[in-house]
Design a protein around this ligand. Structure first.
Ligand SMILES: [Zn+2]
Length: 399
């Protein structure tokens, strides 16, 4: 079936509705970055555009992809999330005055299961519902009623119904990695509106304020649609009559993270803050992305052969919108779930495993996995005869 012609994404800021946006298209028409498909499938393609609002500074990736939540495309794709700040989240829960014996615990996605287990143990909560409502992106396509009105995707209705069915006075609901993947304000508002019924939301999100000031762009990923900072989340919460409490967290093992609580029961006396507000006026992500294009073009002269190791979001993003069209590259991943699948990009040198692959004819290897995995891979590839350069997503040399 031919792909429908993509429409232009809307052209106003998600946060302030300004039309004064600085934009750069990410690739031409892209297949969703987690869409590892079968040989005979023709996956849909969409336009993706990185945009910085020149009025409020909001950074987003606009798209004509209609799904309300750009979660993973298939359930065999999974992502690991940080866990080392769970004790601090428990402190946030203690800071609101609720009867934890009369409380139920709920998840939004499979990513929340570990935290919910931790909270169950910590607070001896007996009524716990672990469900993956986030499912996959296709579950978040808008549907229409018989009269043509758009209705909430069934996945959202199921989530809201589950919480409404709890007979406990309070409901603690974990929504990890929700805000940046949500692309529809109706979805965000529907979740925030739960707070009116004694729901206390626990969320986390990348600390984009920190990341915008860092030297990396590896957080740019077409499935992350709104790169909210703390003030923006605060405003979203206040606009629905509720309050938020946030902590910025940086550890050795995870990228900088914001986590917090959104609740109607945050007392005026509770003040938790771990660093001063950062300057976020207009993040320079577009000029940085242009610079990264140049760095890679310079690093890979003609006749270069590049192997990208890691077919998770960073490896795919590198191929999708950082490398030039003429780069000769292959993509590599050992994950069993990806075996035999066709990746969302089309590597001229193919999609292969890492183990037992002969890299000796390659001039460059890009390692887009974690630093820990990179440290293990580099000596292995050296021993197996690779003499070229190791680079990371940001085109920095790895030793
Ligand atoms: Zn704006």
């Amino acid at each position: 079936m031919p792909n429908p012609q993509p429409k232009n994404p809307d052209s106003v800021c998600f946060c302030c509705k300004s039309e004064d946006l600085d934009c750069i298209d990410l690739g031409k028409e892209l297949v969703d970055s987690s869409n590892f498909h079968q040989q005979n499938q023709n996956p849909p393609r969409f336009l993706y555009r990185l945009s910085v609002c020149q009025d409020c500074g909001h950074v987003e990736i606009k798209s004509d992809n209609p799904c309300w939540l750009s979660t993973r495309k298939h359930s065999f794709i999974t992502y690991n999330e940080p866990t080392d700040y769970f004790p601090l989240i428990a402190n946030l829960v203690r800071s609101i005055d609720i009867d934890l014996l009369d409380t139920s615990l709920h998840t939004f996605s499979y990513k929340d299961f570990n935290l919910v287990e931790y909270l169950r143990e910590e607070f001896k909560i007996t009524f716990v519902q672990k469900n993956d409502h986030a499912k996959t992106s296709d579950d978040w396509l808008p549907t229409s009623a018989a009269n043509g009105d758009q209705v909430q995707p069934p996945a959202l209705k199921n989530f809201i119904d589950e919480i409404g069915a709890s007979a406990k006075k309070n409901k603690i609901v974990v929504i990890s990695r929700f805000f940046d993947h949500a692309s529809n304000i109706g979805l965000i508002n529907a979740v925030l509106d739960l707070c009116a019924n004694s729901v206390h939301l626990i969320f986390d999100i990348n600390d984009y304020e920190k990341l915008f000031r860092s030297n990396t762009l590896e957080y740019v990923w077409i499935e992350r649609r709104n790169l909210f900072n703390r003030d923006e989340i605060d405003r979203l919460a206040k606009a629905r009559g509720t309050q938020s409490l946030m902590i910025a967290y940086e550890s050795q093992t995870t990228s900088p993270t914001i986590f917090g609580l959104i609740s109607n029961q945050i007392g005026k006396t509770v003040q938790i803050s771990s660093y001063e507000a950062l300057e976020t006026a207009k993040p320079k992500v577009i000029s940085r992305l242009k610079h990264l294009h140049k760095l890679w073009a310079r690093a890979l002269p003609q006749n270069s052969k590049l192997a990208i190791i890691g077919a998770s979001h960073k490896g795919i993003s590198l191929a999708q919108f950082v490398l030039g069209d003429d780069v000769h590259y292959s993509l590599h991943d050992d994950k069993e779930s990806l075996k035999g699948k066709i990746p969302p990009v089309d590597p001229p040198l193919g999609f292969h495993r890492v183990s037992d692959f002969d890299f000796s004819s390659y001039s460059h290897v890009a390692i887009t996995t974690t630093k820990v995995i990179a440290a293990k891979l580099i000596p292995k590839l050296r021993t197996s005869g690779f003499n070229g350069e190791f680079l990371d997503f940001d085109c920095q040399i790895l030793n």
